[in-house]
Write a protein that binds this ligand. Structure first.
Ligand code: FAD
Length: 106
């Protein structure tokens, strides 16, 4: 067992810390900000919470694997992202990747 110090509690530090702790290492994570999360964290103003950071994961295969490895995947509700495409020739929400490709070729 090793004593490990991680600087920063962004998603990288938190995942690394969880994986190391799961393997029996003693981990301390130091964070300069007043709350953890790095770019994945939002912020509170006047009683409202603002989602200002990461909203989706492009590399979902590796992110989902990391979440499963640290045992949090089942605890999170994912919502399918809806993107509205707007231009002179189209305006709508594509149903699938094929639609997106077709629309972008117009
Ligand atoms: C507005 C925005 C939207 C984004 N949207 C997406 C998205 O939709 N999909 C996606 O996949 N990615 C997105 N990203 C990128 C993604 O958020 C980052 O790649 C990821 O969060 C980086 O994680 P990290 O742990 O490497 O670093 P960070 O999240 O930057 O965490 C680093 C942490 O270290 C702390 N720190 C720094 N220096 C010190 C120090 N000396 N001592 C102590 N603590 C320190 C910081 O305070 C911070 O908490 C977005 C980023 C931004 C800004």
């Amino acid at each position: 067992m090793k004593n490990v110090i991680i600087i920063g509690s962004g998603i990288g530090g938190l995942v690394a810390g969880n994986l190391l702790a799961g393997r029996g290492h003693k981990v301390a994570i130091f964070e300069a900000h007043s709350m953890p999360g790095g770019y994945t964290a939002g912020f509170y103003r006047k009683g409202y919470y603002f989602e200002s950071g990461t909203l989706s994961f492009e590399a979902s295969a590796s992110v989902f694997k990391a979440m499963k490895d640290i045992g949090v995947f089942e605890k999170i509700d994912f919502v399918k992202q809806r993107l509205r495409f707007v231009s002179e020739s189209f305006d709508g929400i594509p149903g699938n990747t094929e639609d997106k490709v077709t629309w972008l070729k117009i």
